[in-house]
Design a protein around this ligand. Structure first.
Ligand code: TRP
Ligand code: ZN
Length: 507
């Protein structure tokens, strides 16, 4: 690709253009004590995804103006066309000579910083720099390095907030994560199904693509008339149609991790709006091409959402965002995702999955993993919440769910996976979900119901709109219980064998 000039496939990991250490310091010449402007690091230091997110700044807001043409009628390839403008408000957290955004598979054609236009250049060779207000892209699919470098002039002093406007676009495809699962802007027959966990936001907008950099979002999504575009939050305006194109505007005013952004496009029909008894508005969108069975199952499950919000608010505290609701697509990713305020479902929304994705709004979305290795805090909690929901429904108690996980014989490989550090290809392993839920049940038995739910609420309050680690979680539970929980968490999160029955013989 023309715009990847300067980088050989597979050779980029130490290229100056994307050095992880970001150590290429550019000192202001000869003035002792004057600011030292540096390149922002091309990653936030996540051990699993070293190039996810970026150092040196914080994003405050993403305004995404997308024009999208879905694939033509079959047998056309599953490719769409994206023509977009991202307006990103960000604040430098150190003196910056240049900084990166993550952008994968799309070409940045124009960049301005506070209105000053930068010039597109090829990525400089290792060890070289290039002067002036410029930008360049590195796209290395083999090394999984996708970076847009922005070098503004004047340089950015720590604390300065600027507006970065990136015009970009290209052909959308069906990107895959490090495990090979579909994610990001997944082009579908009738539009797109957009689910970015863990680092797929960069497949459709220039981002600091890591959950430690949350921001607010707004969207204007222009699609061929007849198509519906659904994003996070609430509609910002009535859809506007002109010349065969309809623009759908959405506003997501709650802080949101990039992996939880969505802008799914399809032949959607909105169900009658509802709300929880606490007043959370619920906006659901069903693909008109769902089969009769998929539609019936989904409608029955989604009708339970208000009651589910009531049950979880009772246990965990107020629902954290301005709205809720779901998107059920007739195309499949092979999984559902808890996209903020508006989960996406593949082909159908089953009741257990709806409870799971709703619980993520508290566990994962309001409080997010600080490192991807902390994923069990998302999946363990969401799974445990479905155990609680099933108990509420009179299906089986949480203890019975625990027992039916604990009792069966499983192989050594199953027990060997440390859910507290499952590796980048183990993020969504079954153990992260089920041993994760069992960990929480065992913790509940260990500290008692009162401390268990007090701990959940303290965790959600303390780290609301933010991110935290497994160590932070242990500290919260030591605080509420007054117990030393080292042995507990070592055994449940890291030991490579089946945890002994000691913790949960009660019931
Ligand atoms: N976080 C999703 C959920 O549990 C699951 C998920 C995201 C997933 N990416 C995946 C599952 C890839 C399997 C493969 O709601
Ligand atoms: Zn989940």
């Amino acid at each position: 690709m023309r715009w990847t000039a300067g980088v050989r496939a597979g050779a980029a990991l130490t290229a100056a253009a994307v050095t992880v250490s970001g150590a290429a310091a550019v000192a202001a010449p000869g003035k002792p004590g004057s600011p030292r402007y540096q390149a922002g690091a091309p990653g936030v230091g996540d051990a699993y995804f070293p190039y996810a997110g970026n150092g040196g700044y914080d994003v405050g807001h993403y305004d995404l103006d997308l024009t999208y043409t879905p694939p033509g009628a079959a047998p056309a390839p599953l490719e769409g066309e994206m023509d977009a403008v991202a307006t990103i408000e960000l604040t430098a957290t150190r003196d910056l000579d240049r900084f990166n955004l993550d952008l994968r598979g799309l070409e940045a054609t124009a960049v301005t910083v506070d209105g000053t236009r930068l010039t597109a250049v090829d990525a400089p060779a290792a060890g070289r720099t290039v002067g002036g207000p410029v930008f360049w892209q590195v796209q290395d699919d083999d090394a999984r390095v996708w970076e847009l470098t922005v070098q503004p002039r004047p340089k950015l002093k720590a604390g300065t907030t600027v507006e970065v406007v990136v015009e970009y676009g290209g052909t959308t495809t069906r990107p895959t994560d490090v495990e090979g699962a579909l994610y990001g802007w997944v082009t579908t027959r009738d539009g797109s199904l957009v689910a970015n966990e863990p680092d797929g936001a960069m497949t459709w907008f220039p981002a600091s693509d890591h959950p430690t950099d949350k921001a607010t979002f707004s969207y204007e999504i222009t699609v061929p008339e007849g198509k519906v575009a659904v994003a996070n939050g609430l509609p910002a305006a009535e859809p506007v149609t002109a010349d065969g194109w309809t623009t759908w505007a959405w506003d997501a005013p709650d802080l949101q991790a990039t992996y939880l952004a969505t802008a799914s496009v399809g032949d959607f029909e909105q169900l009658p709006a509802s709300q929880s008894s606490s007043g959370v508005p619920i906006l659901d969108f069903l693909d008109t091409d769902l089969g009769a069975a998929g539609r019936a199952t989904s409608e029955a499950s989604l009708a339970r959402q208000p009651e589910m919000i009531d049950v979880f608010e009772d246990l965990f505290g107020d629902y954290p965002f301005v709205a809720y609701g779901s998107i059920v697509d007739d195309d499949s990713l092979g999984y559902a995702l808890e996209t903020q305020t508006r989960p996406v479902y593949s082909r159908q929304a089953s009741e257990g999955t709806v409870a799971h994705e709703l619980a993520h709004q508290w566990f994962g979305n309001a409080v997010s993993p600080q490192r991807w290795q902390d994923i069990w805090l998302n999946e363990g909690w969401a799974t445990y919440a479905t155990w609680i929901w099933n108990e509420h429904r009179g299906i089986r108690t949480a203890q019975e769910s625990y027992d039916s996980w604990y009792a069966p014989a499983r192989n050594d490989a199953y027990w060997a996976l440390p859910i507290g550090d499952p590796g980048p290809t183990g993020l969504f392993a079954g153990q992260v979900y089920n041993r994760g839920a069992a960990t929480l049940h065992a913790l509940r038995v260990e500290v008692g119901d009162e401390a268990f739910f007090a701990g959940a609420r303290l965790w959600l309050e303390r780290y609301d709109d933010s991110s935290a680690t497994s160590e932070d979680f242990q500290a919260v539970y030591e605080e509420v219980s007054g117990e030393d929980l080292d042995d507990f968490f070592d055994t449940w999160l890291y030991a490579d064998e089946k945890p002994p029955a000691t913790w949960t013989t009660g019931g």
